[in-house]
Each structure stands twice: as structure tokens, then as C-alpha cells.
Design a protein around this ligand. Structure first.
Ligand code: ZN
Length: 572
């Protein structure tokens, strides 16, 4: 019902679009321009084929429009979709670029409505793929040569489990590789780290230093420090200077570009600050059209500070805009700290915890809501969800705001039917991560039971209650195929199915990952489907996801990504 109403208002209406163009024409003062534009609109009837930038033909174009139309040709001009249709459409345009899709499937670009794009400073080394101490030392040596003496070298992700030498890296290894740089390398998981001699010296740690609370500064049989610290917390890292925006910029841009190779043409950065937003503006100003469209969620810093920021949810342009205010109501299941109504499985009391007092939550919701901000709230446990919805509903009753589009950023433990009805009635949406069902299966099995285990990260049930449910990744992992696979199969990593009645069809999952995600940033009239007038944000896949065996969905690759009519990714 809501979608229907929106469609009536949006620019997809051909009548409105025509009027818009005429209005644009009238704004110009040159009659010639008006005449030529009318001709381009097909109004002159001369039979000449209009010139356009690009025609994609011979594809299986899954438009995801309301009628689920399948087309074969997409016509693109000036970054937007000019026309969609059958083979006959091709001869009606003369295109600067014609691309034969060779029968491949095309769909709207993915909208990852909850993700975290992080850049790393130049001093950082990713160690997740390091398979030997020898290799690790070479990486440290190279980094030392790149940075010069004195600079910190940091890294993350090593594990002795996969090292050829079957041991952990030690202080001596790092001293050999970089004697003149302080080095701090965290093990995968972050519960231990290895530090070299210079790093220990800067941190003021020596043989006489006592173990920190809950942690261990390891010593060898002679009592010498071996460089390993267990539960290191801030013991050493507090001495590493904070990286500047400039230092992280190249890496952040690289991460954003990498999204395009996964078919993600729009994303919502789920956690950031108004202080950091100008950096996003700087990045987008110098990479116009090359990076996925982004909306940036920001933390609430009080009414005055937010007002001084001078921007609000939705402000920005086609590529970058301010997203919703982000609030963390509870934790997650990796802690585990999701706030649940019943104790965790096997526990007599522990139910996770709230991240803030109810009063603080109420105050932020009220302030942000009344200042006209959109809210996107992290709530994972059923108790956290119910509490948040109660507060949102109260705020909406006190101050009704049409089209507020407030939403929950997660929805792992299903709340009561009453809460879901209230969400539907108040227009409170969800961006859900079905990939959690797959990647976090072990956690859920450990901490949840019964219905709350079976219905973890529910999809069908909230939709049946009438709630708007979009799908996103929360980077576990980023690639959309894991989420679609899990939404369609409801399988965990072990292959076990959780709550088969929560399954979506592939078509529904694709919509939740495109147009329903675009709705969360108020952009469903511009993106999320392949329809005339929308941004030409498209993805070409190497298999037909609508007809592939669902168990093989995760093997599907993105072959091409088009952003605003530009080919921004081509698979080798
Ligand atoms: Zn997140």
C-alpha cells in the first residue's frame, strides 16, 4: 500500500517526467534548445534515431520493477536510464557505446544499507593472509623501508595456527626486521599482540613491569620479555599517534572502489561522526562518479552541536549525503552483549546489556526526531528492540512526522508480535543482515535456543507484519551473495537450516538488497530498479541468479558494474 502510494508520487510517472523536462526547457532562454530537446524527447516525429551514450543489448534484464518485468535492452544517457525494453529498442537509438551482454543477467546495483568502510593508515600491514614468520618479517622490513626510521608500524591478523614455522612471531623477529621502528602487530581476534624492543621501550614496559589487570606480559625461561602481550588493551596502542585523515584517505578510497567490484553501487556507512563528515565531502569532491553513492550515519552529539553542523539527514547530492543518526542501544552476539528478554541459553540470569540508560535513549530519540533527523538505531536483542520501538512510537505520537523513515539497523532476536505490529503501524523499518544467520551460526547456537534460535534475523515474519525490511551486510562479509544465499536458504555455515518459514524468494531478496534499501535513504525514486529516469546503476552477473540452484548462489560473480552510466568495474 505504502509503496503504491510512493510510486504515484515519484518521477517514474511518465507524465510528471515529461512535464519536468518541459519545465527544464522553459528555464532556458534559447528557442533552439527547446526545439532540439523536444526532438530528443521524440516530439518532432522526424524518424531520426536519437543519439545516446550507451545501449546494453542481448541481456536478461531483471528490472525488479513492480511487475517484475524482464527486458533485454537498456538505453543509457547522461547517467540515467533512458529506456528499457525488448530487442526492437536497440534500433531506435544510435549509441556512442554498444555493449553485447551475451545473454547475461543484468540487475540494479546493490544497495548495502548497513556497512562499515574503513581506511587504514600507511603504517598498517594486513596480516590475515600471512603464512610464515619469514613472510611476516619481509612485510615489516618493506614497511620500514617505506616509512623510514622512527615511525610506528602496526598490523593485524597473524595467527600461529597457519604459520609454516608453527610458532608465534616474537620480539626478536621484529627487531631483526625493523630495529629502528616501533612495531605492534595484533593477532587475529585482537586478544594478543607482539611488540618489538623499541615499541616496548616507548610504552615503558620492561622486565620489572607487572602484568596488567586480566592480561599477561610474557617472559621466556630466562625472564626476558618475548614481546608477546595477552589482552594488551591500550597498554601499547595508547602510545601510537592517531592517524590523520590524510594518512588514511588513499586506503579509504581504495575500500570504496572495492565495493564496486562486488556490485555495490550504493551504501550506507553505518557509523561515523559529524566531525569526520567533511572528510567524506573532500573524498567525494575529488572522485566524482568513481565511488559508490554513500549516505553517512552520524552519532548524536546534542542538539546544539548537531544544529551547528548545518546539515541534516538527506542533505547532500546524488553521490554523498548525510544519513540517519546512529544510536547503539545494545551490543551484539560476539560480545555477547545483545540485550534479550530471557537469559542466554544455559544462563540463569545473563541477558546481555543496554549500552545506555533508557532515559538517555529517550532523550536522544526525542531531540533528533524533533529536530527533523532520521534515526537508524542499532538494536539486536528482543528486549533492546522492544524498548527502542516503544520510545520511537512515543516520540512519533508526541510529534507525528510524515515520512520520517526511522529504522532499526539490526533485528536479530525477534520481538513480540505487538512490537512488530507497532512498527508497521508507525512506519519503523528494518535493515536486516541475513548473512549473520550464516556467519554467526556458532554464536547463535551457543547463546540462543528454541524459537529465538530458529527465527534469528527473521525476514518473512516482520514482512508479514507489514514492516519494510531491507537487507544489508554489516561486513560479515561484505559481498551481497552471502546475504542473498542466507535469505533464500536460511542456512548456517554448517548447512543447517534455521526457521525455514523465514525464507525469502530470490526475487524478494534482490528487492530487499536494492529498491527497499534505497527507500531507507529516501531515494527509491532514483535507484533500486531498472526503470526509465533512474540512475544507470547496474550490475552484470555471470549466472542467472533467479534460476540457479540456491546452494550455488555464493559462487555467482559480478562481471560488470555500471555507475551513473559509466562502466566502473570489469571482471578479468
Ligand atoms: Zn554495523
Amino acid at each position: 500500500m505504502r509503496m503504491r502510494k510512493l510510486c504515484r508520487q515519484n518521477q517514474e510517472c511518465p507524465h510528471l517526467r515529461y512535464n519536468d523536462r518541459i519545465a527544464t526547457c522553459m528555464r532556458g532562454t534559447y528557442l533552439l534548445l527547446l526545439v532540439s530537446l523536444l526532438a530528443a524527447c521524440g516530439g518532432s516525429g522526424t524518424g531520426e534515431t536519437p543519439r545516446v551514450d550507451t545501449v546494453l543489448f542481448n541481456g536478461k534484464v531483471v528490472t525488479l520493477d513492480e511487475a517484475s518485468t524482464i527486458a533485454s535492452v537498456v538505453v543509457i544517457d547522461k547517467g540515467r536510464i533512458q529506456a528499457v525494453g525488448g530487442d526492437d529498442l536497440r534500433s531506435r537509438y544510435s549509441a556512442t557505446n554498444s555493449t553485447d551482454l551475451q545473454g547475461r543477467m543484468v540487475m540494479p546495483g546493490f544497495v548495502d544499507s548497513h556497512t562499515h568502510i574503513r581506511g587504514q593508515p600507511k603504517r598498517y600491514i594486513a596480516l590475515n593472509d600471512t603464512r610464515s614468520i619469514r613472510e611476516l618479517k619481509q612485510l615489516v622490513r618493506d614497511k620500514s623501508a617505506e616509512l623510514g626510521p622512527g615511525e610506528w608500524i602496526t598490523g593485524y591478523g597473524w595467527s600461529e595456527d597457519v604459520m609454516e614455522e608453527s610458532r608465534r612471531p616474537l620480539r626478536g623477529d621484529l627487531d631483526e626486521a625493523a630495529p629502528h621502528n616501533p612495531v605492534y602487530l595484533q593477532r587475529a581476534g585482537g586478544h594478543s599482540a607482539v611488540v618489538n624492543s623499541l615499541g616496548l621501550e616507548i610504552a615503558g614496559i620492561d622486565k620489572a613491569t607487572a602484568d596488567p589487570d586480566g592480561g599477561v606480559i610474557e617472559r621466556d625461561e630466562t625472564g626476558e620479555l618475548n614481546g608477546l602481550i595477552r589482552e594488551p588493551r591500550q597498554l601499547v596502542s595508547q602510545f601510537i599517534p592517531e592517524a590523520s585523515d590524510e594518512d588514511v584517505r588513499d586506503s579509504l578510497v581504495g575500500m570504496l572502489k572495492a565495493q564496486l567490484s562486488l556490485g555495490i553501487t550504493s551504501l550506507v556507512q553505518a557509523e561515523d561522526t559529524i566531525g569526520h563528515y567533511p572528510e567524506w565531502e573532500r573524498i567525494y569532491a575529488s572522485h566524482s562518479g568513481d565511488l559508490p553513492r554513500a549516505a553517512v550515519q552520524v552519532a548524536w552529539e546534542g542538539s546544539d552541536v548537531m544544529a551547528q553542523f548545518g546539515r541534516k539527514s538527506g542533505d547532500g547530492d546524488e553521490f554523498l549525503k548525510v544519513g540517519a543518526v546512529k544510536i547503539f542501544v545494545d551490543g551484539g552476539f560476539t560480545g555477547p552483549a545483545a540485550f534479550t528478554k530471557e537469559p542466554y541459553r544455559g544462563e540463569s540470569e545473563y541477558r546481555g546489556m543496554l549500552n545506555m540508560s533508557i532515559e538517555a535513549l529517550r532523550r536522544i530519540i526525542r531531540e533528533a526526531h524533533s529536530a527533523g533527523w532520521q534515526l537508524g538505531i542499532h538494536a539486536i536483542g528482543d528486549a533492546a528492540i522492544e524498548l527502542t520501538v516503544d520510545e520511537l512510537v512515543d516520540a512519533l505520537q508526541a510529534l507525528p512526522r510524515p515520512d520520517h523513515r526511522h529504522y532499526l539497523n539490526h533485528f536479530t532476536v525477534m520481538p513480540s508480535a505487538d512490537t512488530m505490529d507497532a512498527m508497521a503501524a508507525s512506519g519503523i523499518a528494518i535493515t536486516q543482515q541475513p548473512n549473520f544467520t550464516y556467519t554467526l551460526e556458532g554464536r547463535y547456537v551457543e547463546y540462543l535456543d528454541g524459537d529465538r534460535l530458529q527465527h534469528n534475523n527473521p525476514l518473512r515474519t516482520p514482512m508479514q507484519h507489514g514492516i519494510h525490511v531491507a537487507i544489508s551486510s554489516d561486513i560479515l562479509p561484505i559481498g551481497p551473495m552471502t546475504g542473498i544465499y542466507a535469505a533464500v536458504t536460511r542456512k548456517g555455515m554448517s548447512g543447517k537450516v534455521f526457521g525455514a518459514d523465514e525464507k525469502l524468494t530470490v526475487n524478494e531478496a534482490l528487492r530487499a538488497y536494492t529498491s527497499l534499501g534505497a527507500w531507507l535513504t529516501n531515494e527509491e525514486d532514483r535507484k533500486g530498479t531498472i526503470e526509465t529516469g533512474k540512475f544507470a546503476d547496474l550490475v552484470v552477473l555471470d549466472q542467472d541468479i533467479l534460476n540457479v540452484d540456491p546452494d550455488h548462489i555464493m559462487n555467482i560473480n559480478v562481471v560488470q558494474t555500471w555507475l551513473g552510466g559509466k562502466l566502473v568495474y570489469q571482471r578479468e
